[in-house]
Design a protein around this ligand. Structure first.
Ligand code: MG
Length: 406
């Protein structure tokens, strides 16, 4: 299916092929490292099975940091599973969310009553907590501190709605921003990055709030069906009486206007994102962020003024996603991709949209930051050669894949 969707995009097909052939091996444990314990292997298995986009990037990190990021991700996934599982009663949810950081030191604690998709992280929590206790103290402290703050914050929002834009910022801080702050502290603690990366919490926060807002915007329908509401009332109440009204076909015009306003709001984080990225020194960390960030802006471009947000799932093609991940190797490549997606949004701004001016302004200021330098004949020629290569390999790749996967 991924292959069929990318058929009209030969470069994507080529990259998808490369990813399926080589990429999967690259994200597995490094063979020249000491053999992994059974519980650590289990943790990486949970990571692969529960993470949508983070699995590959976490596993491309270096050394000890990779284990810390993996465990951290699984602890966050545990909190999120409790938050999202609507079959758990409110009292139990609040208790777990507020105390999960203490369960990391309890070898026995697990939760077996979840019905939610990623429940395995709760059922097998002893494996995760065991590996957590194997991490060096500095990583343990960061994970405990952040999972404590996140659990308390998520519990707070179980009992209140996201009313104002300020609430929206706050919720996204708990659910996303804290993750960015923790990862940045992990990066600095590992000395892979300068201390400023971990210290500048405002920037790390803003960058991951951007990712969180993107998910919230994209997941309108999924969250509705699950009985969750994360779009801020301050915005949607301008376009409908109830948030669920936006999904009614007769309300599609105000629904799209609401969507476009929220996307414009999210795009305002992009300058922070670029500043954050420009500070990174480690290639694996850079790729970790660059690929998720470019993927997020691609998602926003796909969602902008798109009725599908209210009807089903808006996905960027897997081949496009893999191409994005592979091409975001330096800040210039990231800027070029962001420039292109900003342009896609700019061209889709509908006349008469209430946020028209703000969207145009936001998009233009992003584009000003991303004006391609040195888009000389050479790089154009190189990319044509690359594309030609891609097409040739894609043809061979497709012949091979059609036997194996299609
Ligand atoms: Mg959640």
């Amino acid at each position: 299916m991924d292959i069929l969707r990318s058929l009209r995009h030969p470069e994507e097909l080529y990259n998808l092929f490369r990813f399926k052939m080589g990429g999967c091996r690259a994200v597995m444990p490094n063979p020249d490292q000491s053999p992994m314990s059974e519980s650590l292997q289990a943790c990486y298995r949970y990571l692969n099975e529960t993470s949508r986009s983070f699995s590959a990037v976490i596993q491309s990190l270096d050394g000890e940091l990779r284990n810390a990021a993996c465990i951290f991700y699984l602890v966050m996934r545990s909190l999120d599973t409790v938050e999202d599982d609507m079959t758990i009663n409110l009292e139990t949810k609040i208790l777990i969310l507020q105390n999960l950081h203490t369960y990391l030191y309890d070898p026995e604690w697990k939760f077996t009553e979840s019905k939610y998709k990623d429940r395995q992280v709760l059922e097998n929590f002893p494996m995760i907590s065991l590996e957590f206790r194997n991490l060096v103290t500095v990583y343990q402290e960061i994970i405990v501190d952040i999972s404590h703050k996140m659990g308390v914050g998520l519990a707070e929002f179980l009992e209140k709605e996201v009313e104002s834009l300020k609430d929206w910022e706050q919720y996204c801080h708990y659910a996303g921003g804290l993750v960015g702050i923790a990862l940045s502290r992990l990066f600095s603690a590992s000395e892979l990055e300068d201390p400023i990366v971990g210290q500048d919490t405002q920037l790390a926060n803003s960058m991951t709030i951007f990712l969180q807002k993107t998910n919230i915007i994209r997941d309108y329908l999924e969250d509705q069906l699950n009985g969750q509401r994360f779009w801020p009332r301050e915005v949607w109440s301008k376009y409908g009486k109830k948030l669920s009204d936006l999904a009614k076909p007769e309300n599609i015009v105000p629904a799209l206007q609401c969507l476009n306003e929220l996307i414009t709001n999210a795009l305002q984080h992009v300058p922070d994102v670029l500043t954050y990225l420009s500070r990174l020194k480690s290639q694996s960390i850079f790729k970790f962020y660059a690929s998720s960030l470019v993927m997020a802006i691609a998602t926003l471009a796909a969602c902008y003024n798109n009725q599908q947000v209210f009807k089903g799932v808006v996905k960027i093609r897997k081949g496009q996603a893999v191409t994005l991940m592979m091409n975001t190797i330096n800040i210039e490549a990231v800027k070029a991709a962001i420039f292109q997606y900003a342009e896609e949004i700019r061209q889709k701004i509908p006349p008469g949209d209430p946020s028209l001016e703000e969207t145009q302004q936001t998009v233009l200021s992003i584009q000003n930051l991303c004006v391609p330098h040195g888009s000389s004949g050479l790089s154009n020629r190189l990319s044509s050669i690359y594309l030609l290569y891609g097409m040739i390999l894609a043809v061979f790749g497709y012949q091979y894949l059609s036997h194996v996967w299609v």
